[in-house]
Design a protein around this ligand. Structure first.
Ligand code: BGC
Length: 735
């Protein structure tokens, strides 16, 4: 089969077509004669997990062939660097190809609705724009070599608790604006070869059997032309799944005969089987066109992983210029993770790395005064001699660099956390160290956000390194020593307390349902709208330099379309990168939507004193909202603002704009309110003509009272708007 041949499954028997719609083994699709070859898939997305032949079954999570462990999405996302994500994607594709893998099962782009979600380390952000742009870049990188990407988990899989059964109950506007938006962006921009349906239900209907989701939205509206594969074991009813638009069940449950029987019994249209079989064949055709590599340069990929980890760490705080460290200082490097790094999360994304850097290895020769003590045990058990040794080392040092973080068992695929606190033994060690050492730097390793409010006053600097992949240790050393400046930014707000998180009262639900009661107010959309105090806001991150913003220019380039530009200047003494963020902002007085929403970002690297123009495009879709009644995006006419800044709470430039709107006016009916009639371009004059000034020019309080009343209800008030008159008016405006 070559790339140019059209895929046809018309010559196959019903049995053969049915066999294509489930795998032949855990990681292989089914081949049919010499017509359709099998496709090999493997987990990702931050490294290729190619399982050793014959070992461990689907659950042999730790025995895969060594591959580069790049920073997981929590870190790569914090880079806000689409070009970097694309390069990582291309490297992943090369390794996939060398390992005989045709499709990488990633990226995972679900929204971080709660910091408790056990799989947050695999996801990019609380914001769909960040998840969409970085996910699309990763997909584009993977597919630049013909290897397929598989975007997952579609959709609304935002928790691990009861993930295989729970119904995520979400209103449609929230679905469209928050939970589906990143998928839509990636499907439209990067055309992934595959999408993986999630385990959960959405409003009571299993994602894997959800015709609205898999066919109407994904294919008919967004134009997806790839394959829908189930999450592993997600399908309960194969016939229903196939009819809904799910093409491939993985792993196989040997129920192909059920498909054949359903067609023969008239319960399933054969066309659905043919369609899905053709999509599997198309996936195989695309795989046959992929570039083939025998190997990869492990050193070069390790260097890329190091570059990515450098670009991902977020400097939350840096007082008294404690960072970067001076090589001549006496530095106590403390904490077992400095020597035994925690660099990725556990579950299906777990990769066996090709090598592993530790921060202590990379720091020990940095200066004559650098020393190490483990300080605590990774299993959490109290170990007083270890603590004493660390405090003694700190007492003789100018600076203590203390590595803290979540133990591996605290977060994983398959379960959620119940707390966002660091282990108590670690906080106690920090306090003891802060008492004896003049300066303390904390380096954090965690996949889900941890609270800092309780202890951060004991630290002069905090570097959030996330789970940074196999080269994280040397990357952290580079940042601590100032070989390069930190440039990561938060893609998720760090709340003051778990109880402040908008989903807190609803998460993780129970009795088979989780209510998305906070609606669209996820993350900063909630904190910023209601001015809730946070520890560190969305978009925040410091560096070793500082940036100035100036000369905002906004030009209208079309109807509901603008070009936005500003100048960003490195006003400090070191080369560094800034992440310039663009928000669309709405009415603060009467919020009917989040106060502002991220609509663009750009990472710019600048030498000291250098400046550059940063340009964005703002489109109608960027200010649109999803109308459930119309089943479409709506753009309101009227004022809004564009904001440019360094975080959601550090807006530097702002300009007021006016949108022309989409010109759409809801059709008037007898149940439209007086206000809707009066504001309508045709209905208003018609009503005024009929009723004179009686209803249109009332005193303010009375007007406010009656404007919300449907026209049909005025019949009861004896003011002449009888049912006949209302019907006449409706007829007059419907013509
Ligand atoms: C996970 C997927 C993964 C699949 C195959 C599932 O349990 O949810 O993300 O790709 O297993 O390992």
């Amino acid at each position: 089969m070559t790339q140019s041949e059209p895929v046809s499954v018309e010559g196959l028997t019903l049995e053969e077509k049915a066999s294509l719609t489930s795998g032949s083994s855990t990681w292989r699709t089914t081949a049919v004669r010499d017509v359709v070859p099998a496709v090999t898939v493997a987990d990702g997305p931050h490294g290729v997990r190619r399982q050793v032949k014959g070992s461990g079954g689907a659950l042999g999570l730790t025995d895969s062939v060594p591959a580069t462990c790049f920073p997981p999405a929590v870190a790569l996302g914090s880079s806000w660097d689409a070009a970097l994500a694309r390069r990582v994607g291309a490297a992943l594709a090369r390794e996939a190809s060398a390992l005989g893998v045709d499709v990488v099962l990633g990226p995972g782009i679900n929204i971080k609705r709660s910091p408790l979600c056990g799989r947050n380390f695999e996801y990019f952000s609380e914001d769909p724009h960040v998840a969409g742009v970085l996910g699309a870049a990763l997909v584009a990188g993977i597919q630049s070599r013909g290897i397929g990407a598989c975007v997952k988990h579609f959709a609304v899989n935002n928790q691990e608790t009861d993930r295989m059964r729970i119904s995520a109950d979400v209103d449609e506007r929230t679905l469209r604006e928050i939970y589906l938006a990143a998928f839509e962006h990636i499907v439209r921009e990067a055309a992934p070869h595959a999408v993986m349906s999630s385990y959960n239900k959405i409003n009571g209907v299993s994602a894997s059997e959800n015709h609205w989701l898999l066919t109407r939205v994904l294919r008919d509206e967004w134009g997806f032309d790839g394959l829908v594969v189930s999450d592993w074991g997600a399908v309960d009813d194969r016939v229903a799944a196939l009819a809904a638009g799910l093409d491939l069940e993985m792993p196989p449950t040997r129920t192909d005969q059920e498909i054949v029987d359903a067609v023969r019994a008239g319960r399933l249209d054969e066309a659905a089987v043919t369609r899905s079989a053709a999509r599997v064949a198309e996936l195989a055709r695309r795989a046959a066109g992929a570039e083939r590599f025998a190997d990869w340069d492990a050193g070069a990929h390790h260097d890329l992983a190091r570059e990515a980890a450098r670009g991902s760490a977020v400097l939350l705080k840096n007082e008294h210029g404690v960072l970067p460290l001076s090589p001549s200082a006496r530095v106590a490097v403390l904490g077992e993770p400095a020597r035994t790094p925690r660099y990725q999360g556990f579950g299906s994304s777990h990769v066996v790395p090709t090598r592993l850097d530790s921060a202590w290895d990379a720091l020990k020769d940095a200066g004559p005064g650098f020393g190490f003590a483990a300080g605590y045990r990774l299993d959490g058990a109290v170990d007083e001699p270890l603590e004493r040794e660390a405090v003694e080392l700190a007492a003789g040092a100018d600076v203590a660099v203390l590595f803290l973080g979540l133990p591996g068992e605290a977060e994983s695929e398959g379960f959620d956390r119940t707390s966002i606190d660091l282990p108590g033994t670690q906080v106690a060690l920090l306090r003891a160290v802060a008492r004896v050492c003049p300066r303390v730097v904390v380096v954090l390793a965690n996949g889900g956000v941890v609270s800092v409010a309780e202890w951060e006053s004991d630290a002069d600097a905090v570097l959030e390194a996330w789970l940074p992949g196999q080269a994280g240790g040397s990357a952290i050393a580079d940042l601590l020593l100032g070989v390069c400046s930190p440039s990561g930014r938060l893609t998720e707000t760090i709340p003051k307390r778990l109880a402040d998180v908008p989903s807190h009262l609803h998460f993780p639900g129970g009795d088979g349902h989780v209510a998305y009661g906070e609606g669209r107010y996820v993350g900063y959309r909630y904190y910023d709208t209601l001015d809730v105090d946070v520890a560190y806001p969305f978009g925040h991150g410091l560096t070793y330099s500082r940036f100035e913003y100036s000369d905002l220019a906004v030009t209208e380039t079309g109807t509901n379309e603008w070009a936005v530009e500003c100048t960003v200047t490195n006003a400090g003494e070191r080369a560094a990168a800034e992440v310039v963020q663009l928000y669309a902002a709405f009415d603060e007085e009467h919020p009917t939507r989040p106060r502002h929403e991220l609509r663009g970002f750009a990472k710019v690297e600048l030498e000291p004193g250098a400046g550059t123009r940063v340009a964005f495009t703002l489109t109608g879709r960027d200010i649109a909202w999803w109308s459930v009644s119309r089943g479409a995006w709506r753009i309101d006419a009227g004022p809004f603002a564009v904001e440019v800044g360094a975080s959601s709470r550090d807006i530097r430039l702002r300009a007021g704009l006016t949108a022309a709107g989409d010109g759409f006016a809801d059709a008037l009916s007898r149940m439209s309110t007086l206000g809707e009639w009066l504001d309508h371009p045709v209905g208003g004059p018609a009503l005024r003509e009929r009723t004179g000034t009686r209803l249109a020019d009332l005193p303010p309080a009375l007007s406010a009272l009656v404007r919300g009343i449907p026209l049909a209800k005025f019949g009861a008030f004896g003011i002449g708007l009888t049912p006949d008159v209302v019907d006449e008016l409706v007829a007059a405006v419907s013509g």
